[in-house]
Design a protein around this ligand. Structure first.
Ligand code: APR
Length: 232
């Protein structure tokens, strides 16, 4: 198994030990904010300043955070086996990239990118965004965070489904399995014959779908698992 095609899905639990909040744990983001107001197209249309304020704060936190040993181990793995290992993340921070990982698939978008709500162009932007900032392509005052909101279609889904169909091993790290389509990836992979492994602090909504689960903090479990895979 350790030399097969490995598809890894990460969630907020991967970045929790870097100080970035999760969504549904105690004190998670969705216990403090109404996701309908800050993570939907309707919320953005109703109050773009509030939505930009929410993401500007998360972008600042992400800039100030540092990768933890789990990010570093995953970067080592994907760079050691670039043809055999794919990192898919639901996270919008850039900690995997800052740990050195290349080719990360951000299915829910990226905090450090902006998008034009008028023409769809997107570009890197690490600083605060303000409602009405002009689009670099069409000039419309329609800047928004390049984040996939609830009710919008995740990015790269065709490529992801192809990867799941070809996987020998699917691993989910630090995700609660409450948001689809990512929560069903384990079933898609298992149906295609892949082995499945869940690394998480606790049981999740989809733990029963995994052939194997390991319980603990990502900063402990992930480096140990990567060392196993790399035969160290
Ligand atoms: N190590 C491992 N797992 C952890 C750690 C840790 N240190 N801390 C928390 N976890 C686990 C929790 O047990 C939980 O299963 O991380 C998971 C976090 O779950 P959520 O907060 O629901 O985050 P996630 O699964 O990434 O949410 C999916 O929902 O709101 C949307 O778009 C948002 O991408 C997000 C999606």
């Amino acid at each position: 198994m350790s030399d097969g095609r490995i598809v890894i899905l990460t969630g907020a639990g991967l970045s929790a030990e870097s100080g970035l909040g999760t969504f549904r744990d105690k004190d998670g983001l969705w216990t403090k904010y109404d996701l309908g107001e800050v993570a939907t197209p309707e919320g953005f249309a109703a109050d773009p300043a509030k939505v930009h304020g929410f993401y500007n704060a998360r972008r600042r936190n992400a800039r100030e955070a540092a990768p933890n040993p789990a990010h570093e181990a995953l970067a080592r793995l994907v760079n050691a086996r670039p043809q055999m290992v794919t990192l898919i993340t639901q996270n919008v921070d850039d900690l995997l990239e800052r740990a050195g990982a290349r080719g990360v698939i951000h299915m829910h978008g990226e905090l450090m990118r902006a998008k034009c709500a008028a023409c769809g162009a997107n570009w890197e932007q690490r600083e605060d965004m303000t409602p009405g900032d002009p689009c670099g392509s069409c000039g419309a005052p329609a800047i928004r965070p390049d984040i996939v909101w609830f009710g919008e279609y995740p990015y790269h889904m065709e490529a992801i489904w192809d990867l799941l169909r070809a996987a020998d091993l699917f691993v989910a790290i630090g995700t609660s399995g409450q948001v689809y389509p990512a929560a069903a990836f384990v079933q898609d992979a298992a149906r295609a014959g892949a082995d499945t492994l869940e690394l998480n602090l606790e049981d999740t909504e989809v733990s029963h779908d995994f052939a194997q689960t390991r319980r603990g903090a990502a900063s402990q479990l992930v480096p140990a698992w990567v060392a196993e895979i790399l035969g160290e």
